[in-house]
Design a protein around this ligand. Structure first.
Ligand SMILES: [Zn+2]
Length: 520
């Protein structure tokens, strides 16, 4: 019987799949193991034992993939190249930046515009991809897998292929969801084909809202920063003077903030929503504060240098549907890639000329990677910065260059915010600046944002400013802000503060979360 089976099996293809799976695991899943090891609280031996066990599970799963692909020579070649390419990209980001292809990262991964991709590619990742593909192609040449004629082998391969596809759709073992390739394949599947029947509840219709003042020309501005860290602002006590202009502004209050999440598409939705980070799952089921202001006849412009339309396009109703749009111009990515935030100022100025109540949301590119591309040359105050000649990512810069470039981007945000405040100075206006999330600059080897368990990625700046005219009209609202001195102000405060400061009343507005209401 055993002899019969041996005769029927295509041993060379089994060997090929065993070796491909092993190389794949060694090259790409090692980064997962190393990443997990750092977070294991167990003893050294327990961790090693547990991770070894997981590595074997992942190895078996990968073997099933490669053996399934061996059903046909062409399938094996294209499938292997695909797996080695994607494995190289995923392992690179996990190893060097601590960013895994989790479900919450999918909109960020697939929502990235072509023009943004070029900023994410470094020489090092290209070398790693080429090296990985060379290994794969060398393996294919060396083993030269042919489509087998053995019926029994084909049957087994078809079964493996079925198992592989089945595990992409419904991973059987939870642990496999954390290993490549199932991690990124499954999360991609959920991103593209997962349940999408969210109809956002329009809270502007569900609840009653009314405005207590008779203001005709009031202006509220919400500036959503990008990857800004609380501690890198001079105004917050940073040793470097990264905010020389903000420090001179009157009626400006700066707080230590806490972000709801550490990726843009979740944080932005959360900060505009009445729900907090404990109810993140409810955030996308309802509209946010912009829908309320639009229904109250505010001109709710959204202007941004970053294109986030794709983040929200996955559901039928999007955040953008809540805004009376003047996303300027067209797509939202201004002119070209690497547009500096300052390019928005003339558009905002023109918007402010118009009569009527306005609420303008400005989403910055702020301090998003690539830092040195975020500001014009004359803002290169801290040197040396990243070299422009080489293609780099965060992991290939020295820490000094990284922080210098980052701090220059904060210096430019200081310029942007003060320029915007100057445009609002003589109006009945207030402005809130809050970052979507912060950024790691090497804490425990982490870079960028979107990592699991990274407290520094939630430590954001939160500022509020009032014009003289607003202060004269509503001294009690402005004076209330001082009572939050020294407090941590989270994203939860955005929804309630904006509406309450604008004089909107409703059963769903909680003044305990409004900076315009004195802390009790
Ligand atoms: Zn962001």
């Amino acid at each position: 019987m055993i002899k019969f089976i041996q005769k029927q099996l295509d041993i060379s293809l089994i060997n090929t799949a065993i070796i491909f799976a092993f190389i794949y695991g060694l090259m790409f899943n090692t980064s997962v193991i190393l990443y997990k090891y750092e977070y294991y609280q167990a003893s050294f031996f327990n961790s090693i034992f547990e991770l070894l066990k997981q590595f074997i599970y992942a190895y078996i799963a990968t073997f099933i993939f490669f053996f399934g692909l061996a059903l046909h020579r062409l399938l094996f070649i294209t499938g292997s190249i695909f797996l080695f390419f994607t494995g190289a990209v995923a392992s690179y980001y996990l190893f060097y930046l601590g960013i895994a292809p989790t479900q919450k990262m999918m909109p960020a991964i697939y929502g990235t515009e072509i023009s943004e991709i070029s900023e994410l590619i470094s020489t090092r990742i290209i070398i790693w991809i080429i090296f990985s593909l060379s290994i794969c192609i060398f393996g294919i040449k060396h083993f030269n897998p042919q489509t087998t004629k053995s019926f029994f082998s084909r049957l087994l391969m078809a079964l493996c292929l079925f198992l592989a596809i089945n595990n992409i759709i419904f991973p059987k073992f939870k642990v496999l969801k954390t290993y490549f390739p199932i991690q990124y394949l499954h999360n991609s599947y959920v991103h593209f084909f997962g349940s999408k029947n969210h109809v956002r509840l329009d809270i502007s219709r569900k609840f009653d809202f009314h405005v207590t003042n008779k203001e005709e020309n009031i202006v509220g501005v919400l500036v959503i920063g990008e990857s800004a860290r609380y501690s890198n602002f001079g105004i917050n006590g940073y040793e470097r003077d990264t905010t020389p202009n903000l420090e001179k502004i009157d009626n400006l209050f700066s707080f230590q903030g806490h972000s709801c999440e550490n990726v843009t598409h979740l944080s932005v939705a959360c900060l505009l929503s009445r729900h907090n980070e404990q109810n993140l799952d409810k955030v996308k089921s309802e509209t946010g504060l912009l829908s309320i202001l639009t229904s109250l006849n505010y001109d709710t412009t959204w202007i941004s240098t970053q294109s986030i339309s794709k983040y929200y396009a996955q559901n039928e109703n999007t955040l953008y549907d809540e805004v009376k749009f003047s996303l300027i111009p067209g797509g939202s990515l201004l002119y070209a890639m690497n547009s500096h935030d300052g390019l928005m100022l003339p558009y905002i100025e023109a918007r402010l000329e118009k009569q009527g109540k306005k609420f303008i949301t400005v989403q910055l590119s702020g301090s998003h990677w690539n830092y040195s591309e975020r500001y014009p040359q004359e803002f290169t105050k801290f040197k040396p910065v990243q070299k422009k000649t080489a293609k780099l990512d965060q992991a290939s810069c020295s820490r000094e260059e990284l922080i210098n470039s980052y701090d220059n981007s904060i210096l430019y945000t200081d310029f942007f915010l003060t320029s915007l405040i100057k445009l609002l100075e003589n109006k009945n206006a207030f402005l809130i600046f809050v970052s979507d999330h912060a950024e790691s600059l090497g804490e425990d080897g982490r870079l960028g944002h979107g990592s699991e368990f990274a407290p520094e990625q939630r430590d954001i700046p939160f500022m509020i400013w009032f014009s003289t005219s607003f202060k004269q009209k509503y001294p009690e609202l402005v004076n209330a802000v001082s009572s939050y001195k020294g407090q941590i102000v989270s994203h939860d405060y955005v929804f309630h503060s904006v509406l309450h400061c604008l004089g909107v009343e409703s059963e769903i507005i909680n003044v305990n979360y409004s900076l315009c209401s004195a802390k009790k």
